[in-house]
Design a protein around this ligand. Structure first.
Ligand code: NAP
Length: 259
């Protein structure tokens, strides 16, 4: 399918690996020029080179921490105005409800709520002026089915979801769509570390933890960055202009929701 977005420019944050990388790859395959970001310069440059070589698009790589104001300023300056924004950052650590103090919450809110909001506030006005724009926020299945050990993530992502619910409807009249893409378990470093944590608390091996988790996923596999990127690129396409303010779950059927 021609997504109709060749020649557009996208900023994809936290995109040297994992789900952000999957989104960057799928947008590049649709002919979109990219601004990519991650903290580690080496992996970021390698990802940018691979995408340039595979898809022949222009890629600007900015190594910076997207959850900090200075890093965000650097990324936004290099990006200028883009047509497509995909927000992402690493997820907060797991733990018990008694583990977290105010500073832990502030860090999680900065990373997974306030950073994407700041990025939207920087980019959406220009998109509205142009009469076209697409924003996809990578959030989590925990928005629909909160995960007990991920209290920090549950809290921050709930806040972002609430913000997007109102904002998406306020900007839609100007041709800008904002949606959230909710990963269930996908085969990335984050999933590996979650499985390692589950293994430690249950006294089993990470492989056993993975096998137990697979039993809870009707599709009987973990998602891939490619699965995730394909949906992200579709949401950024010309075909998705009527999808507004949605929380779209990609989890192989693991969460059993009637609606
Ligand atoms: P991942 O494989 O660990 O990749 C994270 C990517 O983000 C890397 O490129 C990393 O590069 C970059 N990054 C992390 N923190 C950053 C920061 N502060 N500033 C800039 N770049 C940063 O993670 P993932 O699985 O793709 O997860 C992406 C998001 O989806 C996370 O928020 C995660 O919690 C959420 N999620 C994932 C799953 C899953 O199963 N994978 C499920 C639910 C939710 P550097 O380390 O070099 O910065």
């Amino acid at each position: 399918m021609d997504l109709g977005i060749a020649g557009k420019r996208a900023l994809v944050t936290a995109s040297s690996k994992g789900l952000g990388r999957g989104c960057a790859e799928a947008l590049a395959a649709a002919g979109v020029d990219l601004v990519m970001n991650a903290r580690g310069a080496e992996a970021l440059e390698a990802a940018a080179d691979a995408i340039r070589a595979a898809h022949g698009v222009q890629v600007t790589a900015v190594a910076a921490d997207i959850t900090e104001e200075a890093g965000r300023a650097e990324v936004l300056e290099a990006a200028g105005q883009v047509d497509i924004l995909v927000t992402n950052a690493g997820g907060p650590p797991p733990g018990m409800w008694t583990d977290w103090e105010r500073d832990d919450f502030i860090k999680a809110l900065d990373a997974n709520m306030l950073a994407p909001i700041a990025l939207m506030k920087a980019q959406v006005p220009g998109m509205m002026e142009a009469g076209w724009g697409r924003v996809v926020n990578i959030t989590s299945v925990s928005v629909k089915a909160p995960i007990p050990q991920l209290g920090l993530s549950n809290s921050a992502r709930a806040g972002l979801t609430g913000y997007v619910a109102g904002t998406a409807r306020q900007v839609a009249p100007k041709g800008v769509t904002i949606n959230n893409l909710l990963p269930g378990i996908h085969d990335t470093a984050r999933a590996e570390s979650l499985d390692a944590g589950a293994a430690t608390s249950a006294g089993i091996t990470p492989q056993e933890a993975r096998e137990q988790r697979l039993e809870t996923i009707p599709a009987r596999r973990y998602g891939t960055p490619e699965d995730f990127g394909a949906m992200c690129a579709f949401l950024c396409s010309q075909h998705a202009s009527f999808i507004v303010g949605q929380n779209i779950l990609l989890d192989g059927g693991a969460t059993n929701l009637a609606m």
